[in-house]
Design a protein around this ligand. Structure first.
Ligand code: SF4
Ligand code: SF4
Length: 330
């Protein structure tokens, strides 16, 4: 049982992975068999995992640990052997560093990296007296798989907008495939599903050109948004205080859904409860490599994509009217 996050039994774990079978591109029976085998094999020798934190706010750890249904953090901590995690590990000081060095020496672990890596000067992020870049390179060497967790570790995130020259793992580790699970913070389902995929298949899932698993980042937020019909109709929210506009498209309020690839509009967050757009906030584009600096200011259209899409939607709307009325619309 995890002392931090509580317990979950094998049956719950298998049930959860069966629920994600479709996302993994496997049949439910396949997934359940493979997970059962992996768990049986790992009961005495669980897959070792190192979770590093660099320039981060620990938001990805928090996101991962606070998911309730099922408790993903508990699943992973009960199923794997988490050898090093600065925020939740019981050991500290030399003992924790010893655990890290020992695991790196053994090799064959899954390396999770949260937080960006400063390249302008190593002193921007030092752990146990060593620059974070050096630690990442050392841990990457003997890793069986490397997963960059969240916007900072994937592409630099918020710290990349500052003076530290922060980058994601792929800019530092060049000789191994990196699985990028972006969004700020990481979506627990994306992380758990990717780890389960790796543990059950032994392979890196199919990735897009930005290194993100296609099963989670294959379609745009805009394409699956429930406000899309309003966008097509040209009903674009201008006044948040007007009840009539409550559900209209947020593109004129800086929504980055059209240039952002992630499944938030279908999967949603907080166990499917809600997500940015349904809160009326618009998408900030946190799944994309240009987040944060390239998506700012948040309430504007720095990529220029919105105007282009609006023009195309107007043409489509005119054509629809023409078809419906039989009259040519000027
Ligand atoms: S612009 Fe944003 S709010 Fe509007 S349809 Fe696209 S994703 Fe939804
Ligand atoms: S909807 Fe956009 S801003 Fe919100 S979590 Fe998803 S990608 Fe990030």
């Amino acid at each position: 049982m995890s002392p931090i996050l509580g317990d979950i039994n094998r049956r719950d774990f298998i049930k959860y992975t069966a629920m994600t079978a479709a996302a993994l591109g496997l049949s439910q029976i396949d997934v359940m068999n493979k997970v059962s085998e992996a768990m049986a094999a790992s009961s005495s020798d669980k897959p070792p995992v190192i979770w590093l934190e660099g320039q981060d706010c620990a938001g990805c750890t928090t996101s991962f640990a606070s998911t309730l249904n099922p408790p993903a953090a508990s699943i992973i901590l009960d199923t794997i052997s988490l050898r090093y995690h600065e925020t939740i590990m019981a050991a500290s000081g030399h003992k924790s560093e010893q655990a890290l060095h020992h695991t790196v020496k053994e090799g064959g672990y899954v390396l999770l990296v949260e937080g960006s890596i400063p390249l302008a000067d190593g002193r921007f992020c030092m752990i146990a007296g060593r620059p974070f870049e050096e630690i990442v390179l050392e841990c990457a060497k003997n890793a069986a798989a490397i997963i960059a967790v969240g916007a900072c570790a994937t592409y630099g995130g918020v710290p990349a907008a500052g003076p530290t020259g922060s980058v994601g793992v792929r800019e530092v580790v060049k000789n191994k495939p990196i699985i990028n699970i972006s969004t700020c913070p990481v979506h627990p389902d994306h992380l758990v599903g990717t780890i389960v995929y790796y543990l059950t298949t032994g392979k890196v899932p199919p990735l897009d050109k930005e290194g993100r698993p296609l099963m989670y980042f294959g379609e745009s937020i805009h394409d699956n948004c429930r406000r899309h019909a309003y966008f097509e109709e040209g009903k674009l929210l201008q006044d948040w205080n007007d009840p009539e506009q409550k559900n209209w498209c947020l593109i004129d309020k800086g929504c980055k859904g059209p240039v952002t690839y992630a499944d938030c509009s279908v999967r949603r967050w907080n166990d499917g409860l809600n997500f940015c757009i349904d809160c009326g906030a618009g998408c900030r584009g946190c799944a994309e490599p240009i987040f944060y600096a390239g998506m700012s200011p948040l309430y504007s259209d720095p990529t220029g994509k919105a105007e282009e899409l609006k023009k195309e939607a107007k043409i489509r709307e005119a054509k629809r009217k023409e078809l419906n009325t039989g009259k040519e619309v000027k």
